[in-house]
Design a protein around this ligand. Structure first.
Ligand code: NAG
Ligand code: NAG
Ligand code: NAG
Length: 337
């Protein structure tokens, strides 16, 4: 009995010693609830996380002034619908933010100095489910450490020349906009850095190859749900570093001998929901690393026996929902071998 009591007492002393320490560390990082009842804030091993839902930008600015350490992730959403321009100086009191997300607002544009205060810290910027109608070049050019840029679900129609030229982006997400024009010089400046581009759900009538071909690190290109009628990625117009290509839900009808011959590193190809009715027997002869192929929901009636003889690493072929009249027995025997 006495032993147990002694142990409990020891534990209680240890806890008493730890608790004030933990809460004082927290106080050093997040403002107290009394100081800041507007933006819930917590910190863990990654740093400070703060969310400001339905809070005015003036208030966001004040709260940021109370945080003396850089914030890891700041999320601002459900802004007053009357706010259509992000004003300058919202972040000028901030000690820094690594990842900023603004979502579900009526923002159409950003003032030139709107990221003042974040120049040396911002690595990931997301402005999604808003109404941006162009790439906000002047404000993002200040962000020298930015590697990830996400403008998913806005109202952008055009990527102009040198749109990101002062940045070193690795990943660019432009999903679900209305883009139908990409300048030949759109990605100039990102030549060596850009690895991932998402153009899904736009209004492209062709692959913007002149701009894409300058990217020497491009690995992953997603252009599903556009209105592209064909693929011409031959040796002279190829993307020699590309590993993942998604052109599902476009208007492609034929995969010819040379359609994919400029993709020597290709690992995964998605072409579901097109109108493909013919696949050349040597269509994959220049894609020796191909592992997965998604061809479902097309009009393929026939695949030649030797179609996959050039792709020894193939693991998955999805041909569901086609019009297959003959899958030559030899095709899948070849695959198993
Ligand atoms: C938005 O603007 C309208 C008209 O200018 C005004 O009546 C309304 O109160 C404003 N809404 C907010 C939340 O400030
Ligand atoms: C998108 O921009 C067009 C002008 O380019 C405008 O007419 C339309 O209302 C905008 N859509 C939204 C949802 O803001
Ligand atoms: C797509 O682009 C065409 C012009 O190429 C235009 O007529 C059409 O309105 C655009 N669609 C959308 C949803 O923006």
């Amino acid at each position: 009995m006495t032993t147990t009591g002694g142990m409990l007492a020891t534990v209680a002393v240890a806890l008493a010693a730890l608790l004030p320490l933990a809460s004082s560390q927290e106080a050093m990082m997040c403002p107290t609830w009394e100081e800041n009842p507007w933006c819930p804030c917590y910190n863990n091993d990654y740093g400070i996380f703060m969310e400001c839902p339905m809070v005015s930008l003036d208030m966001v600015s004040k709260v940021l002034g109370l945080v003396t350490n850089p914030i890891h992730s700041l999320s601002i959403y459900d802004l007053d619908p009357n706010v259509t321009t992000l004003p300058s100086e919202v972040f000028s009191q901030s000690a820094g933010v690594s990842q900023l997300q603004i979502s579900h607002s009526n923002l159409q544009s950003l003032a030139d100095g709107s990221f003042e205060g974040l120049e040396g810290s911002l690595e990931k910027l997301t402005i999604k489910h808003c109404k941006l109608n162009s790439i906000p070049q002047a404000p993002i050019f200040q962000l020298g450490r930015l590697t990830n840029l996400d403008f998913e679900n806005n109202n952008i129609t055009e990527i102009p020349s040198f749109a990101f030229s002062k940045l070193t982006l690795v990943s660019l997400n432009l999903k679900d906009n209305r883009i139908n024009l990409v300048s030949d010089y759109a990605f100039d400046g990102l030549k060596e850095s850009l690895e991932v581009i998402n153009f899904n759900g736009n209004n492209l009538s062709q692959l913007p190859l002149s701009s894409l071909r300058k990217l020497t690190s491009l690995k992953n290109l997603q252009v599903a749900f556009n209105r592209i009628p064909d693929v011409h990625l031959d040796e002279h117009n190829g993307l020699p570093t590309l590993q993942y290509l998604d052109m599902s839900s476009n208007r492609i009808r034929k995969i010819k001998s040379s359609s994919l011959s400029g993709l020597p590193e290709l690992v995964s190809l998605s072409l579901y929901m097109n109108s493909i009715n013919s696949v050349a027997r040597d269509a994959f002869s220049a894609n020796p690393l191909l592992e997965t192929l998604f061809f479902s929901h097309n009009n393929i009636r026939h695949l030649a026996r030797e179609t996959f003889k050039y792709t020894p690493k193939i693991k998955t072929i999805d041909l569901g929902n086609n019009n297959m009249q003959s899958i030559l027995g030899g095709l899948f025997m070849l695959l198993r071998a």
